[in-house]
Structure formats: structure tokens, C-alpha cells
Design a protein around this ligand. Sequence first.
Ligand code: HEC
Ligand code: HEC
Ligand code: HEC
Ligand code: HEC
Length: 370
Amino acid sequence: MSRIYQKLNFKPARFSAFFFRLFAALGLVGGLLGGAPCLMAQRALLDPTQTVGVETCRDCHDAIVGSWEGTVHEKSLAQLTQGKTAAEILAHVGLGTDRLTAEGSCVRCHFTQESLAGAVQTTAAVSCESCHGAAAEWIDVHNSKSLTRAERVSQAKAVGMVHPDDLVATGRMCFGCHVVDDEQLVNHGGHVATSSGFELLSWYSGEVKHNFLVTKPGRSVKSNGDEPMPIPVERRRMLFLVGKLLHLEAELRAMARCADAPVDAEGHLVQAEGGGPTYGVAHALAIQKIAQDMAAVTRVLPLKEYDLALAVMEGVPMTTGHGEEFAAAAAEVGRIAEAFCTSHDGGGLGAIDPILGAQRDRVASVGDGR
Ligand code: HEC
Ligand code: HEC
Ligand code: HEC
Ligand code: HEC
């Protein structure tokens, strides 16, 4: 029996018949006993000795910092530390409230730390470096006028910058947090398993969007514009299409870490703390949703990379205890995403524009008691 059953007094689940059928269709019912998870790399903590902090970015990217200040990513520092949900999750996993901004297991996805006057301090929630990488090594090189654009970009990437030129690396950052990869945090702590409805293009295009840079004639580096620029249609298509592949990769990777059985000894579905589906069920459902979305894309735009990725996904038994297979499938889908970016630039993919047009830019309702 896996750890969770010893620690929690699970009641047989009150799942709806619909949910149960879905679950049976996914094959998860067969996974009675948990298996060993495959411990793939999780999103890592930013090294506080390598971060420079938002105020340093503000020196040159004032408008971008200003737009970030209105987002949930920024506001959640106050909201999480003042709200009661975080304290409840911490209590479920046996930690005090004071650990929220200190515990690596929360900080790696929620906060940015800096080493100030020799002490590690939490200075922001999800900030510039959460998405673009800790900047100490790349900050000088990324804007260097004495290098060509290609040199700046490649040298900055080589020392850890997650550069927007690299769609795969940039998108992976989002999924590293938005697909929660810690099973006990979900099953035991009652934390959500995945951001419901996350879609890369629309979730970037709302409150998070900050495309302020413009290329001015005669300037060797880009300059700040007054307004965020629209995302070119080719890039929107790429964000959407690569986003699905990266989402699938992240969900398969999360499944690789799944060890707890979805059903108890009597075969009843179990629920996570707080009543939601367990980690394995939530991620399996997310995979099913992504596969449906990808199939809808291939009906209007045949893509061999999507066919390949769907075949990889279908080849994995959707039960717990198959960590190695999920890990291998995640790695394969990751390679397919990389290859997709090498062979496409968004041109000639206009058949998906009606699907893109139906996406709503994601703007969170802030101040709702989070
Ligand atoms: C000294 C000024 C300066 C500072 C400080 C600075 N930047 Fe930049 N940044 C620039 C300039 C100039 C460019 C445009 C480079 C180019 O055209 O290749 C740029 C480009 C970027 C880009 C890539 C955009 C693109 O497509 O070319 C990102 C991402 C970025 N900066 C993030 C940051 C972050 C995050 C910080 C803080 C950790 C930061 N910058 C601090 C001046 C600066
Ligand atoms: C793998 C990344 C990850 C880790 C680790 C993580 N979180 Fe989260 N957390 C998220 C994401 C992403 C969301 C937003 C989910 C959504 O879209 O609904 C979230 C949401 C929350 C919320 C709800 C905020 C709200 O709006 O109501 C709380 C509270 C929370 N996390 C607390 C914690 C605590 C406490 C820990 C450590 C014990 C932790 N989280 C660890 C990624 C993570
Ligand atoms: C370091 C972890 C992390 C990264 C990287 C990250 N996010 Fe988030 N994001 C979060 C957390 C945590 C929340 C929820 C905060 C809360 O409610 O307290 C969130 C909230 C959001 C929200 C607002 C909430 C909502 O439901 O609409 C949007 C939109 C969003 N993220 C989009 C993105 C996109 C797009 C990317 C990648 C470009 C990204 N995030 C990268 C952790 C992250
Ligand atoms: C949630 C993740 C996330 C956060 C937080 C974030 N960025 Fe970005 N940033 C991105 C993504 C994704 C892009 C690429 C957008 C695109 O493809 O159009 C980007 C693009 C940029 C660019 C290039 C804009 C352009 O016009 O080409 C700069 C400069 C930049 N970010 C700086 C910053 C700074 C400074 C901060 C902190 C205030 C910050 N970013 C916070 C994800 C993030």
C-alpha cells in the first residue's frame, strides 16, 4: 500500500457515474496498487545567489515591469502570504505557515529569492527570472551592443537565459509550474494538480503579455515602445501548436512521478485531500483533454508531429506504476516539440486560425479572496 493510505483516512469516493466511466475508459481502474515512480527532474529552485531581482530589470525594462505589476504572478506574493489556503496546504503536509516563503517545495514555483547582504530573502512571487532564468550570468551579455544579435542571443542562452527566441524553452518554463509535479502536495496537501484550462497562447496573451520591444532603424539593440506590440500571427500559431506538445510532454512527465494507486483495496476511487481527484487521475484527465484538442487540430490541419505525439501517448498504459514508460514518452514528445520548431515557422499553417480566433486572452480575476 502506498504511503497516502497509511496517512489519510480515505473514504470511498463519491464520484459521478460520468467520471467513473471516463476513468474506466482511461484504464486507470486497473491500477490498484501503486508502483515505483520514475523520478524525473522537477522544476528546480532558482539559485538565490544567481538572481538579480526585478528592480535590476526595471532599469531598462520599466514598461514591462509596470505591466507585470498588475498580474497575478506579481500580486500572489501578498495574496498567498495573507490568505488561508496556503496555510491549510502547509498544515496538511505537516509544515508551519512560516515555511511558505522558505520551503523549497513551495518556493520553486511560487517565489523569487535573492541573496541580499548575505541572507536569502523572498523578494517577489513569480517574476522576470522565474520565466527568463536567473540573470547574474547573462544580464550583461544579453543587451551587449558590442555583439551581433545572433551572438547576444546564443551567448546569453549558453549561460542560462531562457530567451523568447527559443519557444520550446520558454513554453517549458510555464508548464514546469502550471503542471504540478509533486504527488504528495496534491494527494495529501490538497493542492491543485494542474491549472485548469491552461493553453500557452491565450494564457500568455492576456495579463502576462509584455511585448514592448521594437526594432528602431540604426539601433543595434531593440528599444522599448510605449505600448505592447501585437504578437505576429505566425508566432501565435507556433505558440498554440507547440504549446499543446509541451503541455502533453509536461503531463506525461507528471504521470511518470505518479505512485499512489487511484483506487483503494476494495476498488473504490479515492479522492485527494479536499475532495478533488487524485494526482494520477487529474493528470490522466488532462492528457485526455490535450489529446482531444490535438485531434481537433489535425482535423483541420494534418501535422505529422501531432500524429507521432498522439501515437506515443496512446502507447503508454494509462495506469499508475508505469513511471519508466511515461518518462520515455515525455522525452519523446519533447523531442517532437523541438523538431516541430525546427521545421515550422508558423507560415502556411493558416488552417488553424479559426481555432486561434476562438481562444480568449486569459485575464485572471484578481482580488477574489485568493
Ligand atoms: C542595461 C539594460 C538592461 C537590463 C538591466 C536588462 N535588460 Fe533585458 N534587454 C535589454 C536590451 C537593450 C534588450 C534588446 C536586446 C536585443 O535587441 O538583442 C533586452 C532584451 C531582453 C530580452 C529578450 C527580448 C528579445 O527578444 O530580444 C529579455 C527576455 C530580457 N531582456 C529580459 C530581461 C530581464 C529578465 C532582466 C532583469 C533580470 C533584464 N532583461 C535586464 C536591456 C536590458
Ligand atoms: C510545481 C509547482 C508548484 C508547487 C511545487 C507548489 N505550487 Fe502552489 N500553485 C502552483 C500553481 C501553478 C498554482 C495556480 C493553480 C491554478 O491555476 O489554479 C498554485 C496555486 C496555489 C494556491 C492557490 C492560490 C489561489 O489562487 O487560491 C495555493 C494556496 C498554493 N498554490 C500553495 C502552495 C504551497 C503552500 C506550496 C508548498 C507546500 C505550493 N503551493 C507548491 C504551482 C505550485
Ligand atoms: C515559477 C512558476 C510559474 C511560471 C514559470 C509560470 N507561472 Fe503562471 N502562475 C504561477 C502561479 C503559482 C500562479 C497562481 C498564483 C496565485 O494564484 O497565487 C500563476 C498564475 C498565472 C496566471 C493567472 C491565473 C489564471 O488563472 O489566469 C496566468 C494567466 C499565468 N499564470 C500564465 C503563465 C504563462 C503563460 C506562463 C509562461 C509564459 C507562466 N504562467 C509561467 C506560476 C508560474
Ligand atoms: C510568466 C512568465 C514570464 C514572466 C513572469 C516574465 N516574462 Fe518576459 N516573456 C515571457 C514570454 C513567454 C515572452 C515571449 C513572448 C512572445 O512570444 O511574444 C517574453 C518576452 C519578454 C521580452 C521580449 C519582449 C518583446 O517585445 O519581444 C522581454 C524584454 C521580457 N520578456 C522581459 C521581462 C521582464 C523584465 C520581466 C519581469 C518584469 C518578465 N519578462 C517577466 C515570459 C515571462
